[in-house]
Design a protein. Structure first.
Length: 182
């Protein structure tokens, strides 16, 4: 399999630039600066270069070919803006131990919002619309993914993406800024 290190580097760097811009709009300066730095680590970078396609995450291609994405396991375990980072043992109302998503702190939900917009813009290119991130999110909620994300986190993210879809980027960022202050 051919490696695409230059193309992959450009993709992840442009993604980080977009997320940084979005995070700065929300006053999340530290998160904007530190977003996805693990993508430059050897375990993530070289797998990304190997499975690079340009129109979707290389993690999906790695998962399809090998059954697991080692890059994704590394990434989601180190980046708090992914709801998968927050999956752990949980207790139900009767104290019974289970496995599921824990509620994410607001600042990471907001970063996840920024991340999803940037990923859609990068992978969709000219086909991107303000509805893209919402539509992509809704595809996942009907799957087992929808069973794992904490319900309050899911509702918060969905509301942000819905405002983006229905009212546009400026209204969505205004909504998220206000929500972060509540």
């Amino acid at each position: 399999m051919e490696l695409h290190p230059v193309e992959h580097f450009k993709t992840i760097t442009e993604h980080r630039r977009l997320v940084r811009t979005y995070c700065f709009r929300l006053g999340l300066y530290r998160q904007g600066l530190l977003h996805d730095l693990t993508k430059y680590s050897p375990v993530e970078f070289w797998r990304g270069a190997r499975y690079y396609q340009g129109n979707r995450s290389p993690n999906n291609k790695e998962r399809e070919e090998t059954g697991v994405s080692m890059a994704w396991l590394h990434h989601k375990g180190r980046n708090k803006h992914h709801f998968e980072y927050w999956i752990d043992y949980t207790l139900d109302e009767n104290g019974k131990v289970g496995f599921g998503g824990n509620r994410m702190p607001k600042r990471y939900v907001a970063e996840m919002f920024c991340d999803r917009i940037a990923a859609c813009r990068i992978y969709m290119g000219d086909k991107y619309t303000d509805a893209s991130a919402y539509d992509y999110y809704k595809k996942g909620t009907g799957t087992r993914i929808g069973e794992v994300i904490h319900p309050e986190t899911a509702a918060e993210l969905e509301k942000m993406l819905k405002v983006l879809k229905d009212k546009g980027e400026d209204a969505a960022f205004a909504y998220v800024r206000k929500w972060l202050k509540e």
